[in-house]
Design a protein around this ligand. Sequence first.
Ligand SMILES: C[S@@+](CC[C@H](N)C(=O)[O-])C[C@H]1O[C@@H](n2cnc3c(N)ncnc32)[C@H](O)[C@@H]1O
Ligand SMILES: [Zn+2]
Length: 338
Amino acid sequence: MLQVEEFCCPTCKGVLSFQESEYACSACSKKYPVILGIPDFRVFPDPYIDFEDDHKKAGHLAEQYHKLDFMGLVRLYWKMTPEVSEDRAERFIRRTAALVEKGAECLSLIESLAETEKLRGFNRVLEIGCGTGGFLVAAKRKYDHVVGADIAFRWLVVARKRLEELKMNVPLVCCCAEYLPFPGTRFDIILAEDVLEHVRSQESTLAECRRVMTKQGMLFLATPNRFSLTPEPHVRVWGVGFLPRRWMNGYVKLVKGISYENIKVLSFMELRRLLNKCLFTNHRILLPSISCEEAQYFSPFQRMQLAIYNVAKQIPVLRLILYVVGPYFNVVVFSSRK
Ligand SMILES: C[S@@+](CC[C@H](N)C(=O)[O-])C[C@H]1O[C@@H](n2cnc3c(N)ncnc32)[C@H](O)[C@@H]1O
Ligand SMILES: [Zn+2]
């Protein structure tokens, strides 16, 4: 657990005190409980589940915590979530198992990008939207001070199991990306992978990243492309991004019977506009490499698409086209406050 002075009030950024398993802000009188050993600093709930049900679900997972191993707990989670179809859940489970390797690859990329800016001496890492904590494991193998944050309280119980099995001490914090409970200039590396498209406010999220990033720090984002020619990756429906935003939810409901209400995927131009608006003057939008680790879970057709993508990435004119209709973006932002 982090010391009380390593937190601040997520709402007013005032100083907190800690008493009887809750944090209290004397400036705005707000209180934040610690439940199952995890501080809950949320200002609003996960859009998919209210505070109470999230805590309840976390409680059910905690009851089985010592009887199951990490993957057992992940399977239990999806069993407790019947609204997600079995084959979708199976896809999520497979992805969860591969996240540590993916995290290690992502960290190598981050480090090589930092090297190009001659940024060294990183030690403090924050992952926003850490989910089941795969990246946290990879980060903890290399850095002393790693913190995982997520709005989904229940997922943090699962992430803790993954970390505990590996005897890793990584503080987990339940909070909103738009209201981080950390004082300013704290983290050298901030990572949010597949998160930007899920948050309530993309602008506030980036403003908070900027606030907590150190002067030599960097932010790394991974996010899908709205105009990708491949199916929308969350719902696997073709063409969603080409519709006006107000039609997207209705279209996905019609085709797949699931909601698309809380997802906002950006195009290259929308992403660039957002970064500029948030005063991230020193940023780069990159075309990611898809890892072999991930590719092994692809269908033969997807592997063929990946091979075409990898070739196209090497050819300048095709690279430009991939910025318009490629599947994914990586974004790296360097703090410009040297
Ligand atoms: C698609 S998952 C990605 C999880 C993980 N980063 C990965 O790559 O596997 C998105 C994560 O972002 C979290 N999230 C969504 N909105 C959030 C918000 N406003 N603040 C913090 N976390 C949020 C979700 O709970 C979820 O764990
Ligand atoms: Zn406060």
